[in-house]
Write a protein that binds this ligand. Structure first.
Ligand SMILES: Cc1cc2nc3c(=O)[nH]c(=O)nc-3n(C[C@H](O)[C@H](O)[C@H](O)COP(=O)(O)OP(=O)(O)OC[C@H]3O[C@@H](n4cnc5c(N)ncnc54)[C@H](O)[C@@H]3O)c2cc1C
Length: 439
């Protein structure tokens, strides 16, 4: 029998873990695993706020695919089309003509993108917080704004530079806001021209609470902690527009800001629009608890999905509920899926995925945090310590774990780096300025 050709679309939390497990548990004569992703690495998203705050090196919050997936074939490109009826996927490599890849089994795991709204000015002035590029850009941008504010004599320029607006109070938004504010506060020690009171950090949240993943009292505690630090928290408020960086809120307030970060939820990858796989009303791929794709009540043979792009029934919740988009589910679903693919290849029955969401841990800056795990509620330094130990235990590979712990240890003894490397975002500027044009 020739080996099963397994194609993995997206090497994120689902794709990397599933490919790793399959390549370890199946022999080369049983399966060939091909992994397609436009990035050469998996991004461990829960570490993005710490990478943005300078506690972890950006390179250590990502996992290099070629190093980790030595037994898989890696294709650097984006899957643009899946024709499951022909068991063929179209891949656009970084450069060159598209290629077609045939498969026997496909794992569809391109994850999600920021769920944005048609708000005037958002496209031109906003930035998301889902990729390592966005996190590092934001870090450099925030530190750069401190330099702008320290150097200018114009009060309006200074006010605008020191006003930072975040939209969306889920764990990504809260952690990003709290970590960045903590970093900027630390950095101000080196700016005698500026004081903490000059900065304005605003959180805009459309509902009446933050951190919907934890109980209301923990959300309220988080808000209180941020208020105690002087942050401006606007609950029950929406961003109405931000044309030219002038933020207008639904409560009537308006202010100018150079920094508008959109963290108001996610939606399944738009790549799924060009597939013939069944989807639900939220555009997620419809799955059975076994992580097999399902059309009505018929299993779509050879198609599997999980993670942020999939509607996977939550067998621990009331009927009709689905697993939340979280790393916690994604990595566990990946393991279940890999074992189920192996079972099906060997003619055995797949097993349903069942995991009760254990809770959430969130960092609110150095030594500050909030956690609710298996009903136990923790606050302050102990919650922060739990956040760190949990995530270092989850990031793939021993190599990354060691690097992350070393980063934390160095930052503890030597203080974190608070220098902007804004030149990274336009490295050819100086060279093009000094090089004469020809013709
Ligand atoms: C800032 C932040 C903090 C978070 N913190 C937590 C937390 O503390 N706890 C928690 O449980 N969850 C957390 N999450 C959520 C968690 O990271 C996601 O739920 C998880 O990453 C989903 O895994 P996934 O494999 O579905 O998608 P991803 O991990 O996003 O992977 C998708 C992959 O697909 C690739 N891809 C995209 N399009 C294509 C294409 N066309 N072709 C090929 N490849 C493609 C992408 O490059 C990416 O590598 C956080 C998320 C963010 C943004």
């Amino acid at each position: 029998m020739s080996p099963q050709r397994i194609l993995v679309v997206g090497a994120g939390h689902v794709g990397l873990y599933a490919a790793l497990r399959l390549s370890r548990k199946l022999r080369a004569r049983q399966a060939e695993v091909t992994v397609v992703d436009p990035q050469p690495h998996m991004t461990y998203q829960p570490f993005l706020p710490e990478a943005a705050a300078g506690n972890i090196s950006p390179r250590h919050s990502v996992v290099p695919l070629r190093r980790e997936l030595k037994r898989c074939k890696i294709v650097s490109g984006a899957v643009t089309r899946i024709e499951h009826s022909r068991k063929t996927a179209t891949v656009q490599p970084i450069i060159g003509p598209p290629l077609e890849i045939e498969y026997d089994q496909i794992i569809v795991a391109p994850g999600s993108v920021s769920r944005t709204l048609p708000i005037p000015g958002l496209r031109e002035n906003g930035i998301g917080f889902k990729t390592i590029g966005e996190a590092i850009y934001l870090r450099n941008h925030v530190l750069d704004r401190l330099d702008v504010a320290a150097a200018t004599t114009d009060p309006e320029t200074r006010r605008r530079a020191l006003t930072f607006a975040f939209v969306g109070g889920g764990y990504a938004g809260i952690e990003a806001l709290a970590e960045m504010e903590d970093m900027a506060r630390d950095a101000l020690k080196y700016y005698p021209e500026l004081s903490v009171g000059d900065m304005r950090w605003v959180l805009v949240e459309a509902t009446q609470r933050v951190l919907p993943e934890v109980d209301r009292d923990m959300g309220a505690y988080t808000v209180q902690q941020l208020l105690n630090r002087g942050l401006d928290i606007r609950l029950d408020t929406r961003l109405e527009s931000c044309v030219d960086g002038v933020v207008k809120l639904s409560d009537g307030d308006s202010f100018a800001s150079d920094t508008i970060v959109w963290t108001a939820g996610v939606k399944p990858s738009p790549m799924l629009d060009d597939t013939d796989l069944p989807r639900d009303d939220k555009r997620r791929i419809s799955c059975l608890p076994t992580l097999q794709v399902v059309d009505g009540d018929k299993v779509v043979e050879g198609a599997w999905s999980a993670g942020d792009c999939a509607a996977v029934p939550d067998l621990t919740g009331p009927p009709g509920t689905f697993c939340s988009p979280s790393a916690q589910h994604a990595v566990r679903q990946a393991a279940r899926m890999a074992d189920n693919i192996r079972a099906v290849i060997r003619g055995k029955e797949p097993v349903p995925y069942k995991h009760k969401h254990a809770g959430s841990v969130a960092s609110l800056g150095l030594h500050k945090g909030v956690a609710q795990v298996y009903g136990i509620k923790l606050k302050g330094p102990i919650a922060w310590f739990m956040h760190r130990t949990y995530h270092v235990s989850r990031i793939p590979s021993f190599n990354r774990k060691v690097r992350v712990v070393i980063d934390w240890t160095l930052a503890f003894f030597l203080k974190r780096e608070v220098v902007a490397l804004g030149q990274l975002h336009d490295p050819r500027e100086e060279f093009t300025e000094v090089t004469p044009r020809v013709g």
